[in-house]
Design a binder for this molecule. Structure first.
Ligand code: SMO
Length: 816
């Protein structure tokens, strides 16, 4: 274990005496011992006695009436224990709830099994439980389901046309689920005054988070105890518990949700999916445990997709390149139903990226199509708009014959501006955006590249360098903000700390462990604040039976909120520990300090008492100071004063073959500020992991639907190209550290940041290399074929521009 002295970090933590800093050090991950030994406990590892297995029949059509369901042959198959039909589900459950509804959208009557009409391929229609997965799947073959296919629409813009088939005619007369607008100032006048306007339509590909562990659930009902235990692969066990209680008409006390190890969440595992409800219903009916493990084919059709959207962006500038106004009117695909976590808002919230824009407007059109629902995915709206505004920044630079780095620097929000409120009400807390940009430009020798000019290299290829500057909103502004948007959770986190007689501290959290190293970071904060050893802290994660009610792990929010709760609880526990120890040592409280595994008198280190002894004193209540109550446990809740904004600039260097469109990413530099860093190795891993997913979405990944059949045509690992380590460019990572003034210790979230810049940086690099050909890329993914098409002057017809809705006046002043 390395413990480094880092006196610059965490100055606000007050007097730490001679103690070693633990925040800011690369402690070995708590999670790795079990994970590297293959000893993790994922949902599929849970195998209760007498467990049965569920399989799900799914609609093969993009849009179809479920005319008739006959389950008799399936139910008669030897080994089949139970079958659920749409009628059963309608009778015993409420519609699925949404954790973060789309503001202004009606609630769609979405049940765990399709009622009357299925609106996407892969939607569950019947579920079967048998004594093995094989038998359950065989039984699916014996189901007699009559579908009447209905006209479908899979293109997000076509779905908004007046002649499009309407997916949910009982609640909507079009496929526009909701339109949300926001903004401030007077963008129309600024556009009228502008010396130059750049605009474009940017198409963002449909991708999926593809966690290594697919979804899964094991449900067990003990009728006498009235206790439903639900093991599930989830980022939000306490929210799953609440939602299942509502959907299954149970009390929350009757449900225990457990998400132990989670093999990746990335936003996909937020909220209840149909299969979670089905497994519970079977388990309750059968009084036996029921397990479902999603296979990869189901995952591609039944788990949420992400990102697909079309953005019409405009930037107005004066002749010096100063941005006067920016607008983003966009249609975002939500698929066939409202997904468990609603639709991306961040494409509106940070539509201006790191640039100082006072006059701006955004409008989001949440659009239903006959495809798998779209949900949250790492970055959730931010990679989408970064691609658009950063492509336009380069186009603006070319129009004005300005250096794109200087243009960016000229427009960035400065540290003097901050806190600065953008047109949608997002308050940028602090940072030095330009420093990251300059560091990235220096790292790739931007000046040298400019000086060298555009001649092909010796190998005949053209070299280009592109930048992407970005902000990432991490955490939420406040519970008040969430309430206004109808979200079913708070902006806070909650933890319980409990000392034990072995001299350790147990930390209980509802934040599940899904690769983000929460156990490690939580332990570091507690050890640091309390003053004990990192090894003395044990984190118990993801079980609603033991942890305080909390929010969960998403929105890059966990450390921002949890570090405050951990600090408060550790301070309470430390204060009582010192009072008890002082009493035992016959010293004054102010004279004792916690160091490692003991409490000692500052001025006389021979007078000390082991922490195990102090804890035992409190736990037994024997030998306590007269005025103290027994017990040594603290629960704390903490809501940060605002969201924190991470920021940075990425730079890509590419070499492009101007004949074929093939290109290589030769260098990729990421300069990033995540504020105060709790564990540098973990932060590097988070940023690199995000970049890997960012490169996938930027370069190779796209879920494609055939317009005629409405079928997903590449829903398998053979056909959907996720890059492996061998396919990824080498990443050169640098950090700056500007502590955030709105969070404990100055932390900023880092979990999603890597997904944001790859698309824009690579596209800008390719367009820089091909500047003499006038190539401007405006769609993801950036494949060699797309570059070749652009070189050949092939442009897809843009269609009608999405213009602002006349009645869609800005909400005005809702803070983010
Ligand atoms: S897309 Mo995330 O888990 O908020």
């Amino acid at each position: 274990m390395t413990i480094l002295e880092e006196p610059s970090i965490g100055a606000e933590r007050g007097d730490t005496g001679g103690r070693r800093r633990i925040i800011g050090t690369s402690q070995l991950r708590k999670e790795d011992d079990r994970l590297l030994r293959g000893d993790g406990r994922f949902t599929d590892d849970v195998e209760p006695a007498r467990v049965l297995y569920m399989a799900v029949a799914r609609c093969p059509y993009p849009h179809a009436r479920v005319a008739h369901v006959d389950t008799s042959a399936a139910a008669a198959l030897a080994g089949v224990e139970h079958v659920l039909t749409p009628t059963d589900v309608r009778r015993c459950t409420e519609p699925l709830t949404v954790l973060r509804p789309v503001p202004g959208a009606p609630r769609l009557p979405y049940y765990a099994l399709a009622q009357d009409v299925a609106t996407h391929e892969g939607q569950p229609v019947v579920s079967v439980v048998a004594n093995s997965r094989h038998v359950a799947e065989d039984a699916l073959e014996l189901l007699d389901i009559t579908y009447e296919p209905l006209p479908h629409v899979v293109d997000v813009l076509a779905a908004l046309e007046p002649d499009a088939p309407v997916l949910h005619p009982s609640v909507l007369d079009s496929n526009l689920l909701a339109a949300n607008s926001d903004g401030s100032g007077d963008p129309d006048s600024r556009f009228a005054q502008a010396d130059v306007v750049v605009e474009g339509r940017f198409r963002i590909n449909r991708v999926t988070a593809l966690p290594m562990e697919t979804r899964g659930v094991v449900a067990e009902w003990r009728p006498g105890a009235r206790e439903l235990t639900v093991h599930c692969s989830s980022q939000v066990p306490h929210l799953i518990r609440k939602e299942l209680a509502e959907i299954l008409r149970l009390g929350e006390s009757e449900i225990r949700a457990v998400a132990s190890d989670v093999g990746g969440g990335f936003g996909l595992k937020l909220g209840v999916f149909p299969e979670d409800v089905l497994a519970c219903l079977h388990a309750i009916a059968l009084r036996r445990p029921v397990k479902w493990s999603e296979d990869r084919g189901e995952h591609f059709r039944g788990s949420t997709h992400a990102r697909e959207s079309v953005h019409d962006y405009r930037i107005a500038a004066d002749a010096t390149g100063r941005i006067l106004a920016m607008t983003n009117v966009y249609a975002t695909d939500i698929g066939g139903w409202n997904s468990p976590f609603g639709s991306a808002q961040l494409s509106s919230v940070v539509f201006n990226g790191p640039y100082k824009v006072d006059d701006g407007y955004t409008e989001r059109r949440v659009t239903l199509t006959n495809k798998t629902p779209i949900g949250a995915y790492r970055g959730y709206g931010q990679p989408e708009v970064n691609f658009a505004y950063e492509r336009l920044m380069d186009q603006l630079a070319r129009r004005l014959n300005l250096d794109p780095v200087e243009l960016r620097a000229r427009n960035m929000v400065t540290s003097q501006d901050m806190p600065w409120r953008n047109p949608t009400g997002a308050v940028y807390d602090s940072g030095d955006y330009e420093r990251c940009l300059r560091m990235a430009a220096d790292a790739v020798d931007w000046a040298g590249h400019r000086a060298r000019g555009r001649a092909p290299r010796a190998d005949g290829r053209l070299v280009g360098i592109g930048f992407s500057s970005f902000v990432e909103r991490t955490g939420y502004a406040s519970a008040r903000f969430l309430a206004r948007r109808g979200s079913m959770f708070g902006a806070h986190e909650s933890v319980t700390l409990r000392a034990n007689r072995s001299g350790g501290i147990d930390v209980y959290t509802g934040v599940s462990t899904m690769g983000q190293s929460g156990e490690t970071a939580f332990a570091q904060v507690v050890a640091d604040v309390f003053g004990t050893d990192y090894d003395a802290i044990r984190v118990h994660a993801g079980d609603t039976a033991t942890s305080p009610l909390n929010t969960g792990a998403f929105a890059s929010r966990t450390m921002i909120a949890a570090s405050g709760a951990l600090r408060a609880a550790a301070e309470q526990l430390a204060a009582k520990t010192r009072r008890i120890a002082a009493w035992r040592l016959d010293a004054s409280v102010d004279d004792v300090e916690i160091i490692g595994s003991a409490v000692r008198v500052r001025t006389d280190h021979s007078r000390a008492v082991p922490l195990a002894t102090v804890y035992t004193t409190a736990i037994t209540g024997q030998g306590m100071p007269p005025e103290e109550e027994p017990g040594l446990e603290a629960t704390a809740h903490f809501e940060p004063s605002d969201a924190a904004y991470s920021f940075g600039t990425a730079a890509a260097q590419v070499a492009v073959d101007s004949q074929t469109g093939e290109f290589d990413i030769e260098r990729f530099v990421m300069v990033h500020d995540g504020g105060t860093i709790v564990n540098p190795t973990v932060v590097d891993g988070q940023v690199r992991g995000g970049l890997a997913q960012g490169f996938g979405a930027a370069l190779t990944e796209e879920l494609r639907y055939d317009a005629d059949s409405g079928q997903l045509v590449n829903g398998s690992m053979m056909d959907y190209f996720v890059p492996t380590a061998a396919d990824l460019p080498r990443v050169e990572l640098r950090h700056t550290t500007v502590p955030s003034p709105v969070t404990p210790f100055g932390v900023r979230g880092v979990g999603e940041v890597g997904t944001i810049p790859p698309g824009a940086a690579v596209a800008n690099a390719v367009c820089d290399a091909l500047a003499d050909f006038g190539v401007e890329l405006s769609a993801l993914p950036i494949t060699p074929e797309a570059v070749w098409n652009a070189l050949a002057g092939q442009t897809t017809s843009r269609g009608t521009e999405l213009t602002p809705t006349p009645s869609g006046l800005p909400d005005g002043g809702i803070e983010y």
